[in-house]
Design a protein around this ligand. Structure first.
Ligand code: CTP
Ligand code: CA
Length: 228
């Protein structure tokens, strides 16, 4: 791997990729997370690496092995992820936020295992919003830095994705309709719509996540070339 001799627009570029689903503790034996497998993010990290980029993969827990040669930074919570992204983004040319970030975390995480009580059939878990990492990144983003987000939607894909593209000041947004079979979370395949400011959306076919990763990285590569 990475023995490719010829240069590409991504050769030597410092790329930060995030992957996996963040974990928010409820108590010592329980946590909140989501269905993300990390496969899409890992495939993008691998493809970036193949194109000669210097890749840092900030990963929430997954069952995957990091591609050889990437700098793996393991994280658990959204707060850990936010801290690592902010740190590595400062030196980065490109950020790809493929991580499925928990939107809420328990307001209080218990030090001891929460016991069920005999006199109550219901229990309420109070949650509080986590930081929006991409919105935070938008505030420190320099004109020469490229940021790429993902959007997981179950309805109004294009409208919702467009709002995220603008709201998070992204250069590229990869939208997944996760309600469709074979798309998005957990599987080996994906089908995405790639949005860019002022350009017509590009819809890919349903394909293996490695093929989708190539298409995404190709679009990023074209952006890098444009920015010269
Ligand atoms: N994201 C982030 N910080 C968060 C939540 C999401 O940086 N706290 C990033 C994700 O990594 C992804 C993009 O924002 O690249 C969109 O994530 P998504 O969950 O689709 O959108 P949200 O903005 O969280 O909105 P919602 O879940 O309500 O649709
Ligand atoms: Ca979300």
């Amino acid at each position: 791997k990475n023995l490719k001799q010829h240069t590409t627009p991504l050769t030597g570029k410092k790329v930060v990729v995030t992957a996996g689903g963040t974990r928010e503790r409820i108590d010592p034996v329980r946590f909140i997370t989501n269905d993300s497998s990390g496969k899409m993010g890992y495939a993008i990290a691998e493809e970036m690496q193949d194109k000669g980029a210097d890749v840092t993969l900030i990963s929430a827990p997954t069952k995957l092995e990091a591609p050889t040669g990437v700098n793996l930074v393991p994280v658990l919570t959204t707060e850990d992820l936010a801290e690592a992204v902010t740190k590595f983004f400062k030196q980065a040319d490109i950020l790809v936020m493929a991580a499925a970030v928990a939107d809420f975390k328990p307001l209080n995480s218990a030090d001891q295992k929460i016991k069920k009580s005999a006199d109550n059939d219901q229990m309420t878990l109070q949650l509080t919003k986590t930081v929006d990492i991409l919105k935070q990144v938008a505030k420190i983003k320099q004109p020469n830095q490229i940021t790429v987000g993902f959007a997981a939607e179950t309805q109004n894909l294009l409208d919702n994705a467009q709002q995220k593209l603008v709201g998070k000041q992204l250069d590229l947004l990869i939208a997944n309709d996760v309600s469709k079979p074979g798309v998005g979370f957990n599987g080996d395949t994906n089908q995405v719509t790639i949005l860019q400011p002022g350009q017509a959306p590009i819809k890919t076919k349903l394909a293996d996540k490695h093929i989708i990763a190539k298409q995404v990285v190709d679009q990023i590569s074209q952006l890098v070339q444009k920015e010269g």
